[in-house]
Design a binder for this molecule. Sequence first.
Ligand SMILES: [Zn+2]
Length: 276
Amino acid sequence: MSPLVTALRWHTKKIARGATALFSMLSGLLWVKARRKTPHVRVLMYHRFRDTPRDPFSVRPEEFASQMRWLAQHQLAISPDDFVAFLDGNRALPSGSVLVSIDDGFLDFLSEAVPIMKRYGIPGICFIPVADVGDSEHVSWAELAALAASGIEVGSHSYNHVSLGHLAEIEVADQLRRSRTELEQRLKHPVRMFAYPYGTRADHNSSTRNALRKVGYTLGFVTQHGAVAPDCDRFTIPRIKVEGGESMWMFRLLVRGGLDAWSVFDRIFWRLQATP
Ligand SMILES: [Zn+2]
Protein backbone atom coordinates (compact mmCIF):
# COMPACT_ATOMS: atom_id res chain seq x y z
CA MET A 1 0.00 0.00 0.00
CA SER A 2 1.38 3.44 -0.87
CA PRO A 3 2.43 5.67 2.05
CA LEU A 4 -0.21 8.20 1.05
CA VAL A 5 -3.02 5.61 1.21
CA THR A 6 -1.67 4.30 4.54
CA ALA A 7 -1.61 7.83 5.97
CA LEU A 8 -5.07 8.62 4.66
CA ARG A 9 -6.49 5.41 6.05
CA TRP A 10 -4.75 5.97 9.42
CA HIS A 11 -6.15 9.48 9.83
CA THR A 12 -9.64 8.60 8.57
CA LYS A 13 -9.89 5.74 11.03
CA LYS A 14 -8.57 7.86 13.91
CA ILE A 15 -11.15 10.54 13.17
CA ALA A 16 -13.92 7.92 12.93
CA ARG A 17 -12.89 6.27 16.22
CA GLY A 18 -12.64 9.64 17.97
CA ALA A 19 -16.02 10.72 16.59
CA THR A 20 -17.65 7.44 17.69
CA ALA A 21 -16.26 7.81 21.22
CA LEU A 22 -17.21 11.50 21.40
CA PHE A 23 -20.71 10.80 20.13
CA SER A 24 -21.13 7.98 22.68
CA MET A 25 -20.11 10.37 25.45
CA LEU A 26 -22.07 13.45 24.38
CA SER A 27 -25.24 11.55 23.52
CA GLY A 28 -25.44 10.23 27.08
CA LEU A 29 -24.94 6.64 25.86
CA LEU A 30 -22.03 6.08 28.23
CA TRP A 31 -24.01 7.47 31.14
CA VAL A 32 -26.83 5.02 30.36
CA LYS A 33 -24.37 2.12 29.94
CA ALA A 34 -22.76 2.81 33.31
CA ARG A 35 -26.18 2.61 35.00
CA ARG A 36 -27.47 -0.58 33.43
CA LYS A 37 -29.05 -3.03 35.84
CA THR A 38 -26.70 -5.82 34.76
CA PRO A 39 -23.19 -4.48 34.69
CA HIS A 40 -21.23 -5.21 31.52
CA VAL A 41 -17.53 -5.84 31.23
CA ARG A 42 -15.21 -5.55 28.23
CA VAL A 43 -12.25 -7.41 26.80
CA LEU A 44 -9.40 -5.25 25.53
CA MET A 45 -7.33 -6.57 22.64
CA TYR A 46 -3.65 -5.83 22.02
CA HIS A 47 -1.09 -7.22 19.56
CA ARG A 48 2.35 -5.55 19.42
CA PHE A 49 4.24 -3.29 21.84
CA ARG A 50 6.64 -1.12 19.88
CA ASP A 51 7.04 2.28 18.36
CA THR A 52 5.89 1.74 14.77
CA PRO A 53 4.26 4.89 13.41
CA ARG A 54 0.86 4.40 11.78
CA ASP A 55 0.59 0.74 12.67
CA PRO A 56 -2.74 0.38 14.50
CA PHE A 57 -1.63 -3.01 15.85
CA SER A 58 1.38 -1.55 17.67
CA VAL A 59 1.01 0.30 20.96
CA ARG A 60 4.09 2.09 22.33
CA PRO A 61 5.30 0.58 25.63
CA GLU A 62 4.94 4.02 27.33
CA GLU A 63 1.32 4.25 26.16
CA PHE A 64 0.66 0.74 27.43
CA ALA A 65 2.25 1.58 30.80
CA SER A 66 -0.01 4.64 31.22
CA GLN A 67 -3.05 2.53 30.34
CA MET A 68 -2.16 -0.25 32.80
CA ARG A 69 -1.37 2.30 35.53
CA TRP A 70 -4.80 3.87 35.04
CA LEU A 71 -6.56 0.46 35.14
CA ALA A 72 -4.67 -0.38 38.35
CA GLN A 73 -5.54 2.97 39.96
CA HIS A 74 -9.23 2.39 39.21
CA GLN A 75 -9.12 -1.33 40.01
CA LEU A 76 -10.72 -2.19 36.70
CA ALA A 77 -8.54 -5.09 35.52
CA ILE A 78 -10.03 -8.53 36.05
CA SER A 79 -8.49 -11.99 35.75
CA PRO A 80 -9.63 -14.73 33.35
CA ASP A 81 -11.13 -16.52 36.39
CA ASP A 82 -13.09 -13.37 37.36
CA PHE A 83 -14.31 -13.16 33.77
CA VAL A 84 -15.55 -16.76 33.75
CA ALA A 85 -17.19 -16.35 37.16
CA PHE A 86 -18.91 -13.19 35.89
CA LEU A 87 -20.27 -15.06 32.83
CA ASP A 88 -21.46 -17.89 35.08
CA GLY A 89 -23.32 -15.36 37.21
CA ASN A 90 -21.12 -16.14 40.21
CA ARG A 91 -19.36 -12.82 40.54
CA ALA A 92 -20.58 -9.25 40.43
CA LEU A 93 -17.99 -6.95 38.91
CA PRO A 94 -18.00 -3.18 38.85
CA SER A 95 -19.21 -1.73 35.58
CA GLY A 96 -16.21 -0.79 33.44
CA SER A 97 -14.17 -3.84 34.43
CA VAL A 98 -11.90 -5.11 31.65
CA LEU A 99 -9.99 -8.27 30.82
CA VAL A 100 -6.70 -7.55 29.05
CA SER A 101 -6.01 -9.89 26.12
CA ILE A 102 -2.93 -10.05 23.91
CA ASP A 103 -2.77 -11.93 20.62
CA ASP A 104 0.05 -13.64 18.71
CA GLY A 105 2.80 -13.95 21.38
CA PHE A 106 5.44 -11.79 19.72
CA LEU A 107 8.69 -11.21 21.62
CA ASP A 108 7.73 -7.61 22.44
CA PHE A 109 4.75 -8.97 24.41
CA LEU A 110 7.25 -10.67 26.68
CA SER A 111 9.92 -7.97 26.79
CA GLU A 112 7.60 -4.91 27.00
CA ALA A 113 4.06 -5.82 28.05
CA VAL A 114 4.61 -8.54 30.65
CA PRO A 115 6.94 -6.45 32.88
CA ILE A 116 4.43 -3.57 32.79
CA MET A 117 1.52 -5.88 33.64
CA LYS A 118 3.56 -7.35 36.49
CA ARG A 119 4.47 -3.89 37.80
CA TYR A 120 0.82 -2.86 38.05
CA GLY A 121 -0.55 -6.28 39.01
CA ILE A 122 -2.66 -6.60 35.85
CA PRO A 123 -3.73 -10.17 35.04
CA GLY A 124 -4.71 -11.20 31.52
CA ILE A 125 -4.88 -13.79 28.79
CA CYS A 126 -2.58 -14.27 25.79
CA PHE A 127 -3.62 -16.16 22.68
CA ILE A 128 -0.86 -18.12 21.02
CA PRO A 129 -0.60 -19.64 17.51
CA VAL A 130 1.16 -22.87 18.48
CA ALA A 131 3.27 -23.39 15.33
CA ASP A 132 4.99 -20.02 15.93
CA VAL A 133 6.19 -20.75 19.46
CA GLY A 134 9.96 -20.61 19.77
CA ASP A 135 10.74 -19.14 16.34
CA SER A 136 12.89 -16.02 16.06
CA GLU A 137 9.93 -13.64 16.54
CA HIS A 138 7.82 -15.40 19.14
CA VAL A 139 7.96 -16.47 22.78
CA SER A 140 9.34 -19.89 23.73
CA TRP A 141 7.61 -22.73 25.56
CA ALA A 142 9.63 -22.03 28.72
CA GLU A 143 8.60 -18.36 28.60
CA LEU A 144 4.94 -19.30 28.12
CA ALA A 145 5.12 -21.72 31.05
CA ALA A 146 6.48 -18.94 33.27
CA LEU A 147 3.54 -16.60 32.50
CA ALA A 148 1.21 -18.32 34.96
CA ALA A 149 3.27 -16.84 37.80
CA SER A 150 2.40 -13.36 36.48
CA GLY A 151 -1.32 -14.12 36.39
CA ILE A 152 -1.37 -14.38 32.61
CA GLU A 153 -3.27 -17.34 31.22
CA VAL A 154 -2.40 -18.92 27.88
CA GLY A 155 -5.14 -19.64 25.37
CA SER A 156 -5.10 -20.97 21.81
CA HIS A 157 -4.97 -18.80 18.70
CA SER A 158 -5.18 -21.88 16.38
CA TYR A 159 -2.27 -24.01 15.25
CA ASN A 160 -0.83 -21.83 12.53
CA HIS A 161 -2.84 -18.63 12.52
CA VAL A 162 -5.24 -19.38 9.69
CA SER A 163 -8.75 -18.05 9.22
CA LEU A 164 -11.07 -20.83 10.32
CA GLY A 165 -13.91 -19.32 8.32
CA HIS A 166 -12.32 -20.54 5.10
CA LEU A 167 -11.42 -24.08 6.16
CA ALA A 168 -13.20 -27.40 5.74
CA GLU A 169 -14.82 -28.76 8.90
CA ILE A 170 -12.17 -31.43 9.38
CA GLU A 171 -9.38 -28.83 9.14
CA VAL A 172 -11.12 -26.54 11.62
CA ALA A 173 -11.34 -29.40 14.11
CA ASP A 174 -7.67 -30.18 13.50
CA GLN A 175 -6.57 -26.56 14.14
CA LEU A 176 -8.59 -26.43 17.33
CA ARG A 177 -7.63 -29.84 18.67
CA ARG A 178 -3.92 -29.86 17.77
CA SER A 179 -3.29 -26.43 19.27
CA ARG A 180 -5.17 -27.23 22.47
CA THR A 181 -3.52 -30.61 22.95
CA GLU A 182 -0.02 -29.28 22.42
CA LEU A 183 -0.54 -26.27 24.71
CA GLU A 184 -1.93 -28.52 27.44
CA GLN A 185 0.84 -31.09 27.13
CA ARG A 186 3.61 -28.49 27.17
CA LEU A 187 2.18 -26.13 29.78
CA LYS A 188 0.53 -28.75 32.01
CA HIS A 189 -2.67 -26.79 32.53
CA PRO A 190 -6.10 -26.90 30.89
CA VAL A 191 -6.64 -24.59 27.91
CA ARG A 192 -10.19 -23.26 27.92
CA MET A 193 -10.10 -20.10 25.81
CA PHE A 194 -9.66 -19.57 22.08
CA ALA A 195 -9.31 -16.41 19.99
CA TYR A 196 -10.10 -16.64 16.28
CA PRO A 197 -7.18 -15.56 14.07
CA TYR A 198 -8.20 -12.25 12.45
CA GLY A 199 -11.55 -12.59 14.20
CA THR A 200 -13.68 -10.70 11.67
CA ARG A 201 -17.09 -11.88 10.53
CA ALA A 202 -15.41 -13.82 7.73
CA ASP A 203 -13.32 -15.82 10.18
CA HIS A 204 -16.00 -17.56 12.26
CA ASN A 205 -19.43 -19.05 11.69
CA SER A 206 -21.89 -21.47 13.26
CA SER A 207 -19.82 -24.53 12.34
CA THR A 208 -16.61 -23.10 13.86
CA ARG A 209 -18.58 -22.31 17.00
CA ASN A 210 -19.84 -25.89 17.19
CA ALA A 211 -16.32 -27.19 16.61
CA LEU A 212 -15.00 -25.05 19.51
CA ARG A 213 -17.60 -26.52 21.81
CA LYS A 214 -16.94 -30.09 20.63
CA VAL A 215 -13.17 -29.82 21.09
CA GLY A 216 -13.71 -28.66 24.66
CA TYR A 217 -13.10 -24.92 24.70
CA THR A 218 -15.43 -22.97 26.95
CA LEU A 219 -14.94 -19.47 25.46
CA GLY A 220 -14.22 -18.11 21.97
CA PHE A 221 -13.18 -14.50 21.30
CA VAL A 222 -13.67 -12.51 18.09
CA THR A 223 -12.58 -9.00 17.08
CA GLN A 224 -15.98 -7.35 16.73
CA HIS A 225 -16.50 -4.58 19.26
CA GLY A 226 -18.99 -4.61 22.10
CA ALA A 227 -19.62 -5.16 25.79
CA VAL A 228 -19.98 -8.54 27.46
CA ALA A 229 -22.94 -9.54 29.61
CA PRO A 230 -23.54 -12.92 31.30
CA ASP A 231 -26.12 -13.87 28.67
CA CYS A 232 -23.75 -13.37 25.70
CA ASP A 233 -22.83 -16.11 23.23
CA ARG A 234 -19.72 -17.68 24.75
CA PHE A 235 -18.18 -18.48 21.38
CA THR A 236 -18.38 -15.00 19.88
CA ILE A 237 -17.19 -12.81 22.73
CA PRO A 238 -16.51 -9.30 21.44
CA ARG A 239 -13.27 -7.44 22.10
CA ILE A 240 -12.32 -3.77 21.95
CA LYS A 241 -9.18 -3.12 19.94
CA VAL A 242 -6.73 -0.75 21.61
CA GLU A 243 -4.85 1.02 18.82
CA GLY A 244 -1.51 2.78 18.85
CA GLY A 245 -1.26 6.55 18.61
CA GLU A 246 -4.31 7.38 20.73
CA SER A 247 -4.56 9.50 23.84
CA MET A 248 -5.45 8.44 27.38
CA TRP A 249 -8.70 10.33 26.84
CA MET A 250 -9.58 7.83 24.10
CA PHE A 251 -8.46 4.87 26.23
CA ARG A 252 -10.63 5.93 29.19
CA LEU A 253 -13.61 6.34 26.86
CA LEU A 254 -13.17 2.98 25.18
CA VAL A 255 -12.91 1.23 28.56
CA ARG A 256 -16.28 2.80 29.44
CA GLY A 257 -17.91 1.71 26.18
CA GLY A 258 -17.08 4.64 23.89
CA LEU A 259 -16.20 2.27 21.07
CA ASP A 260 -18.92 -0.35 21.59
CA ALA A 261 -20.78 1.33 18.73
CA TRP A 262 -17.79 0.58 16.49
CA SER A 263 -19.54 -2.77 15.98
CA VAL A 264 -21.57 -0.94 13.31
CA PHE A 265 -18.31 -0.40 11.38
CA ASP A 266 -17.34 -4.02 12.06
CA ARG A 267 -20.60 -5.04 10.47
CA ILE A 268 -20.43 -2.82 7.42
CA PHE A 269 -16.73 -2.48 6.73
CA TRP A 270 -15.21 -5.72 7.94
CA ARG A 271 -13.80 -6.39 4.49
CA LEU A 272 -11.71 -3.24 4.82
CA GLN A 273 -10.38 -3.94 8.31
CA ALA A 274 -6.65 -4.53 8.10
CA THR A 275 -5.38 -7.68 9.75
CA PRO A 276 -1.78 -8.30 10.76
ZN1 LIG B 1 -3.54 -13.04 15.55
